[in-house]
Design a protein around this ligand. Structure first.
Ligand SMILES: *Cc1c(COP(=O)(O)O)cnc(C)c1O
Length: 378
């Protein structure tokens, strides 16, 4: 089946009780058993829930993996993945990874004896140089936020394989519509479904997908033992969101291209960062790996004062953290999403005080551009 068909149907079934075409919200904590040890595959809702399972099977199919697991947030999914490892294990992580991922690894998991080297994974030599005998997995995020730096997944997968190291790719930004890391050699894919997969900014969630069936029991054991499951209502909302993923992404992207182009023509705008622009250094990799350029656009104005002026003038774009919803959002990474990153590290990553990040929604292109023009020009 094609991708759009899978978005609508994969992992889902007609309710045998009523014929309902939508998987019901199984808002239950437990299930009646027929006798000792006799049940229908459902015992307790932390362990199994049909609505959650439909979502898990759906995302696993979209990512071309063997099995999927849904968690209470994107961070809970990453934490579950890391629970598969033990003290002494070492990990190579994309330097400019999502701030919450950095915080989990650096402030929490280090305490349990896991060790991390943060490197620019777009630089293959840097990745190779970071490998130690105890390296167990590479954790790669591509494209990154808000600089949109790409890592060549096929290339790092080859290095990982040569060295008997696992590879996980955070596919939150690109979505499986545009990038399927497992097909490029990754062992795991993780998502914050809070962003494009759910796509409507109305629930927080995460999914972990494994390439091989052999991980099913191990990940399910962690999910059930640690218990950070996604609830049935949120699973259902996310399933509903995914049905329109392909059509939403097409509109997000055409708006993203238009907004990026308009920004390059605006006075008062410095640098525009968008993989679809001709001057973008990794444009070719973006095309070959994602086939498109997404709808995240960053640009700079002179300084923080100017940024503040611009940010407060937006009428249609809302000043907010997060991304990937149908509505357009704008944020100031230096004081919002990346406030926890020390100033020097921010400068190294290119996150200046005049940097503004847009998550371009699916509204009318002309309205978005008009709002940008009035916000930038005053
Ligand atoms: C938001 C995000 C996360 C964390 O997900 P939550 O649902 O907020 O816990 C992880 N990775 C990336 C790339 C994200 O954008």
């Amino acid at each position: 089946m094609g991708f759009s068909t899978d978005c609508v149907h994969a992992g889902q079934w007609i309710d045998p009780h009523s014929g309902a075409v939508m998987v019901p919200i199984y808002q239950t904590s437990t299930y009646q058993q027929q006798g000792i040890g006799k049940h229908k595959g459902y015992e307790y809702a932390r362990t199994q829930n049909p609505t959650r399972q439909a979502l898990e099977d759906n995302v696993a199919a979209l990512e071309k993996g063997a099995c999927g697991f849904a968690f209470a947030s994107g961070m809970a999914a990453i934490n579950a993945l890391m629970s598969l490892f033990e003290a002494g294990d070492h990990f190579i992580v994309t330097g400019n990874t999502y701030g919450g991922t950095f915080r989990l690894f650096d402030r929490i998991l280090r305490k349990f004896g896991l060790t991390f080297t943060f490197v620019d994974t777009s630089n293959l030599d840097a990745v190779k140089a970071a490998i130690k005998p105890e390296t167990k997995m590479m954790f790669v995020e591509t494209p990154t936020n808000p600089m949109l730096t790409l890592t060549d997944i096929k290339a790092v997968a080859a290095v990982a394989k040569e060295n008997n190291i696992l590879l996980c790719v955070d596919n939150t930004f690109a979505t499986p519509y545009r990038q399927r890391p497992i097909e490029l050699g990754a062992d795991f894919v993780n998502h914050s479904t809070t962003k494009y997969l759910n796509g409507h900014s109305d629930c927080v969630g995460g999914v972990l997908v494994a390439k091989d069936e052999s991980w099913r029991e191990k990940i399910h054991f962690v999910q059930n033992s640690a218990g950070a499951i996604l609830g049935p209502m949120d699973s259902w909302l996310t399933l509903r969101g995914i049905k329109t993923l392909a059509v939403r992404m097409d509109r997000h992207e055409s708006n993203g291209r238009a907004v990026a182009k308009a920004l390059t023509e605006m006075k008062g705008v410095g640098k525009v960062i968008y993989p679809g622009l001709d001057n973008y250094p990794q444009r070719e990799l973006a095309l070959s790996q994602m086939g498109s350029f997404g709808a995240m656009v960053s640009f700079t104005v002179e300084n923080q004062e100017r940024a503040e002026e611009v940010l407060t003038r937006f009428k249609l774009f809302s000043l907010a953290e997060s991304l990937g919803g149908v509505e357009s959002l704008v944020c100031h990474p230096a004081t919002m999403t990346h406030a926890a990153v020390p100033a020097e590290a921010r400068a190294e990553l290119g996150i200046s005080d005049g940097l503004i990040r847009l998550s371009v929604g699916i509204e009318d292109e002309a309205d978005l551009i008009a709002d940008l023009v009035q916000a930038v020009n005053g």
